[in-house]
Design a protein around this ligand. Structure first.
Ligand SMILES: [Zn+2]
Length: 248
């Protein structure tokens, strides 16, 4: 671990604590509609955990409508309270029209993961990036949610490569997640213009966002492992021992 990583890890609980105002009691699960798709389907977030949590994690089950395994993980995740000290925001999919039609893009044929405003470029074909950054209501909903909640860790589930994409910036938390879920940490070749995770890592450099590529075929056992891995990561990040380990 580099000195920067140690410093960052050691400082993380204090930095994270600053992001949250203490509250007297834990809130129950809270469903909210953060926007609507092109065809008017609601985009839903399920929030759980205490409002004075020291870590906020956002899990997006799917952004490409034809990749459904992460949605299965997201649906299982919301069935349980998150570990103590963690606040969990789960968006099963930001692309409900794509899920309904089993297409990668939204109802305009836009690849939402090329529609975010960092390094956006005009792309056509299967990765059509839209007429401009944030042209799509689904990307705008996710953009608003992320800027409002500023999650410390965001996981974007995809398929089919079977790996955790090593993010730009600090890979420490993505590496830990790759150990927990049992998928290798690999940098996907190329940096995707307009991707959600890259925008987040650029816009919120103290936090981290990364892509988990589940394999093409995902068993129920792997779905469960994904749920356990998210919860374990949240528990570790919320633990006071994390600071001590970072300083050791
Ligand atoms: Zn994908």
């Amino acid at each position: 671990m580099s000195r920067w990583q140690r410093l960052r890890w050691a400082a993380a609980p204090a930095l994270l604590a600053c992001l949250h105002l203490p509250s007297a009691e834990a809130a129950a699960d809270e469903r909210s509609v953060i926007g609507h798709s092109v065809q008017g389907r609601p985009i839903v977030t399920i929030r759980s955990g205490s409002a004075d949590a020291v870590v906020t994690m956002l899990v997006v089950g799917g952004i490409h409508g034809n990749e459904s395994a992460g949605v299965r993980i997201a649906r299982r995740l919301v069935a349980q309270e998150p570990p103590r000290g963690a606040e969990l925001l789960v968006v099963p999919t930001i692309n409900p029209d794509g899920v309904a039609a089993r297409t990668r893009g939204n109802a305009h044929g836009v690849d939402l993961n090329r529609n975010f405003p960092f390094d956006w470029r005009p792309l056509s074909g299967g990765e059509y990036s839209g007429p401009g950054p944030l042209s799509e209501p689904e990307s705008r909903a996710a953009h608003r949610l992320i800027l409002r909640t500023k999650p410390d860790v965001t996981i974007w589930f995809h398929q089919p490569f079977g790996l955790v994409d090593r993010p730009e910036g600090n890979p420490f938390i993505a590496r830990r997640f790759s150990e927990l879920i049992g998928l290798p940490l690999v940098r996907l070749p190329g940096r995707y213009p307009g991707s959600a995770a890259r925008w987040q890592n650029h816009r919120l450099p103290r936090a981290t966002a990364f892509v988990v590529e589940l394999p093409r075929r995902v068993s129920n056992a792997l779905v469960l492992r994904g749920v356990v891995a998210v919860r374990a990561l949240a528990a570790e990040l919320a633990s006071p021992e994390v600071g001590a380990r970072g300083r050791a």
